[in-house]
Design a binder for this molecule. Structure first.
Ligand SMILES: Cc1ncc(COP(=O)(O)O)c(C=O)c1O
Length: 327
């Protein structure tokens, strides 16, 4: 059974495609820290500023998933999400850059005047099939893939959020990027939904031997559901890296908070509105009500209730979504 150092080498040796320049900046956010009135030091990992295709967390996942698709000879990427999905936009952007076609299965109704990510999908040339319900997404992706295969094409299906073990490896590499930048926070806080980002961050901390806490702030699902998915992805990563189950800590180090969701996915809360305003006014940092403003609302609440002590280094991992601000 390989040790952590060997697994880390395996992670870093995985084939990847280049989608925009990494590393992303780590910005000090003193004005936001003071506006919150929190203890400790606050930094922001700017994956929103990733220069490829309006950036965001999905780009890291797609560097590895896109390489596997390319190496398997795929000519079309298929994936799914909501009408304003950041993941679908990032996948369509990756397909364009890799010279592939893209087919999106979106739950919701076709917008008459597409805005935000829906407009970008159009510009990127993605074909979109609309379905009524989230449960129809997977069977529809399979049907589209079969139809394309029957027509002689080579589709590659990417699951929701690219949240499989391979996609999560992109985030484990992101932790390596942090270490390379000489930055070791006490706590990392980010938005969490389909689990790949959080599983990758937790695994990255194990692989790069960082003790940082990783707290996922739910955009929609209950803590138990995210925990189940994170553990499953984590075990899949262990399998791929040849590690024993449990080595990456997907279960033991999992921490999440679903108390910032409010009335539901994408519905602003008083706290997310306040956090969004504070970040924009103090740092010109833009966050959306689906994911990042709710995650930032947690930083605000934890900071105000004294959970961060002087000397603590807090990293808000900004996962993107700024396109949604204009949707
Ligand atoms: C901006 C943004 N932040 C966070 C997330 C959540 O990431 P994950 O699905 O890997 O948990 C998403 C997912 O779509 C997203 O678009």
């Amino acid at each position: 059974m390989p040790n952590i150092a060997t697994a880390r080498d395996r992670l870093l040796a995985m084939p990847s495609v280049e989608l925009g320049a990494l590393p992303t900046p780590i910005d000090a956010a003193w004005r936001l820290r003071d506006a919150i009135g929190m203890g400790g030091r606050l930094f922001v990992k700017r994956d929103d500023a990733l220069p490829f295709g309006f950036g965001g967390n999905k780009v890291r996942k797609l560097t590895l998933v896109g390489a596997e698709a390319r190496d398997q000879g795929a000519d079309t990427l298929i994936t799914c999400g909501g009408v304003q999905s950041n993941h679908c936009r990032a996948t369509a952007a990756a397909a364009a850059k890799l010279g592939m076609s893209c087919h999106i299965v979106a739950n919701g109704t076709r917008p008459t005047h597409p805005t935000g990510n829906a407009r970008l999908l159009q510009l990127l040339g993605a074909e979109v099939t609309y379905v009524n319900d989230r449960t129809e997404r997977n069977p529809t992706m399979q049907r589209v893939a079969e139809e394309l295969r029957a027509a002689g094409q080579s589709p590659y299906v990417i699951p929701l959020g690219a949240s499989n073990p391979l996609g999560a490896m992109g985030f484990a590499r992101g932790v390596g990027e942090l270490v390379h930048q000489g930055f070791v926070p006490d706590v990392i806080i980010s938005a969490s939904s389909s689990g790949g980002t959080q599983a990758g961050l937790i695994a990255g901390c194990a692989l790069f031997e960082m003790k940082s806490r990783v707290i996922g702030i739910s955009a929609d699902d209950p803590v138990e559901e995210i925990g189940r998915v994170v553990a499953e992805i984590s075990e899949g990563m262990e399998d791929r890296l040849g590690l024993a189950h449990g080595t990456l800590g997907g279960r033991a180090r999992f921490e999440a908070d679903a108390s910032f969701v409010g009335e539901g996915y994408g519905v602003p809360t008083e706290a997310s509105r306040e956090a969004q305003g504070l970040a924009a006014h103090s740092e010109a940092l833009f966050t959306d009500h689906w994911y990042t403003a709710k995650a930032l609302a947690a930083v605000v609440a934890y900071g105000r209730s004294g959970q961060f002590k002087d000397g603590d280094t807090v990293l808000f991992w900004h996962t993107g979504g700024q396109v949604g601000v204009l949707a």
